[in-house]
Design a protein around this ligand. Sequence first.
Ligand code: SF4
Length: 361
Amino acid sequence: MPKLNKKDILQILNSTRHDIVKYMSQTENKENNLITYSKNIFIPITEICRNDCGYCNFKKDSTNPEAIILKSKTEILESLKKAEEYGCKEAMFAFGEDADEEEIVQLKLKEYGYETMTDYVVDICQMTLDETTLLPHTNGGNYSYEDLKRLKEVNASMGLMLENSSKRLMDLPAHKKSPGKNPELRIETIENAGKLKIPYTTGILIGIGETKEEIADSLLKIREIYDKYGHIQEVIIQNFTPIPGIEMENFPEPNFLDMIRTVIAGCLVFKDTDVSIQVPPNLNKDTAQIFLLCGADDWGGVSPVSPDFVNITSPWPGIDELENLTKDAGFELVERLCVYEKYINDIWLNEKILNKISNLS
Ligand code: SF4
């Protein structure tokens, strides 16, 4: 299938009736029927974030007595050990961006003996490698090239959602108070990860005020970066979920058909590659199976021990449930690591991480 251009993608995003079914059939993977997931634990190192996205249900204000200012290494190790007992293989460290801009976080870092969040995160990832069987995957927002270089040494993979490549969203409730959501910055981070050969996860968020043209541009941007660096292992197509109390609580969810069209478009944009298309099963509880029929082939990280802190009202399905719904749709569920097979070599990972992976298997 030739590479899709913007006009092709817009045709898919605007398709109706039998055209939707026609496009859906083009996504079919005839080589295998495997759907992957990574058994993980989600550890929110801090809930402080310099951004304030209109759809956020994660960030807490530093004056909130319930806010996680900075988890200690002891607390984190305890959670990791629990995750080991459940057979988790991925430690997903996801947290607010540039939390150390806030004095309260700086003081906590100082108390723990660190200068910056990156110093602390590097040490936590190192502890994970040294003292547990889990593989670190860090998703902490934008990073400089130098910080990414340090994080690469202690992470099996990393991630950052592009969300959308349109700067126009910086004027909308979604991103108007979030300097870190400037797509130029995010693209720079994702490209720097490519230059550093970090196996990477990115994706788009649907239903935050974007147009279909902007969805098409975003998918093409991710494809362009992939073609340049080859480091994108999966693309998440995530639907915005309105939750009471968030700024965008009265915004509508993306309609189901638009999600179907977008997943099909994502699958066809990457059809000639081995990039996975991921749809979060917890955000599509009753409808997740249909996305497998649209070509999605990965459920992402699913945890038997921790909630999805970013979507706290949407619990992950149990692994048995996930297996059953995958099988019912005609596919087979298989566990994967947070780094995909094709990146498990000395071009992408250092010796220590490679040894750890070979001990795991
Ligand atoms: S969505 Fe992420 S970047 Fe935006 S405010 Fe919440 S934690 Fe920060």
